[in-house]
Ligand binder design. Structure first.
Ligand code: CP3
Length: 359
């Protein structure tokens, strides 16, 4: 006989209801980059702990930072405090964050660089503190009676992580990585053969440590033409989702193909995800009519600049998004991460708008 579902969790956790394709009477929300520099309590802890990486590999600090926005605003999801670039680091690539500059990695440009990367069996040497963070988060959520909060795991999608690995850092539109795929397809395939199993393993361990849904961040899916979008985003994501689901068939997966535009609907139906996180350039009505209508949950999509601006710019658009999307499976979020200059009072205002809203 199949196990009885945990009814209490099902009804309490609105994010999970939405991810299972149900419509909530009160709309759940969390915000990408809800933990971070816009919060004074984050800046204070960071000043004590040293750098960003020191903090994310310290399970006590990382769990604290994960919980900070929940204590202040009471979001429905607690996203793990970590970074998408821990996978390249665990595979042996050197990673640093220079102040004000963003990430720096030793670039991967040829087969010898790929051969030097560690095997999937060795990545937990680096990543195990992150699994401990998640166990701490689970304990804190229970201890602090946040039973409505869904612990969320995440990883970068293969394309976006490959972009940073190849380029060696950020870039305006990752032309080196794109040219590499076009000229040396087999190099890219070899890199994916490392990246996909490593990411699936990392996410499986997150699930075993307590996360109840995961998000795949594809921040750079918007720099690709239609052919490359299929090769670099749809196919690798599909392979990754299959691998995760072969071990954890019931875990809901949220995909965030930022900037995918006209390819987003294809992404939503072909990759096997349960929810599509839309960026702020994607029209909410199109998401409702083309994607949500097929039973796929939509997440999004307030422009983070509106959260920074506050006032009517924030309120009117938040209400419009709620009106358009709340009659189907929906999780309110931003269309990209919280901007670090955002006043915390604006996040409190957004919280009030969402909590007072009834569809
Ligand atoms: O959402 C959350 O609150 C969870 C934590 C989280 C971070 N990074 C923390 C972070 C998540 C989900 C990420 C994902 C991530 N990391 C992405 C995908 C999402 C996106 O923004 O498109 C990408 C591309 C990265 C890589 C990365 N990490 C960059 C480019 C930077 C530097 C840019 C910046 O904002 O400084 C980071 C650093 C980073 N990741 C910080 C935080 C809180 C800032 C670290 C600090 O200085 O304290």
């Amino acid at each position: 006989m199949p196990a009885m579902p945990d009814v209490k969790r099902v009804t309490e956790q609105k994010i999970l209801n939405a991810l299972r394709g149900h419509t909530n009477t009160h709309i759940p929300f969390w915000l990408m980059r809800q933990a971070g520099r816009y919060l004074p309590e984050y800046r204070e802890l960071r000043a004590h702990k040293g750098g960003f990486l020191d903090m994310l590999y310290d399970p006590e600090s990382a769990a604290e930072v994960t919980l900070q926005p929940i204590r202040r605003f009471g979001m429905d999801g607690a996203i793990l405090f970590s970074d998408i670039l821990v996978i390249p680091q665990a595979l042996g690539q050197n990673l640093t964050f220079e102040k004000g500059e963003g990430p720096r990695l030793s670039p991967i440009r040829d087969q010898a660089d790929i051969d030097r990367l560690k095997s999937v069996n060795d990545i937990d040497q680096t990543l195990s503190p992150i699994y401990q963070t998640l166990r701490n988060v689970g304990e804190k959520l229970e201890g602090e009676k946040f039973s409505h909060v869904t612990p969320l795991g995440f990883a970068g999608s293969p394309w976006t992580v490959a972009c940073y690995m190849i380029e060696g850092g950020g870039s305006r539109d990752f032309e080196t990585a794109r040219a590499m795929v076009l000229k040396r397809g087999s190099f890219f395939e070899r890199l994916l053969e490392k990246l996909i199993p490593a990411t699936a393993h990392y996410l499986s361990r997150q699930i075993e440590a307590g996360v109840q849904a995961i998000q795949l961040f594809d921040s750079w899916s918007g720099v690709l033409d239609e052919g490359l979008f299929d090769t670099c985003v749809i196919q690798p994501t599909q392979a990754l989702v299959r691998l995760i689901k072969s071990k954890h068939p019931d875990i809901p997966i949220i995909g965030f193909p930022r900037g995918a535009g006209l390819y987003a609907a294809n992404y939503a139906t072909k990759t096997g995800i349960q929810a599509l996180s839309i960026d702020y350039t994607y029209p909410a009505e199109r998401a409702r009519d083309d994607i949500q209508s097929q039973g796929i949950c939509i997440q999004g999509n307030l422009d983070p600049a509106r959260l920074l601006a506050g006032g009517d710019a924030l309120k009117n658009e938040a209400l419009r998004i709620l009106d358009v999307l709340s009659s189907g499976p929906f999780i309110f979020n931003l269309g990209h991460g919280v901007i670090k200059e955002t006043p915390p009072e604006h996040v409190a205002e957004l919280t009030r708008i969402i909590r007072n809203y009834t569809p």
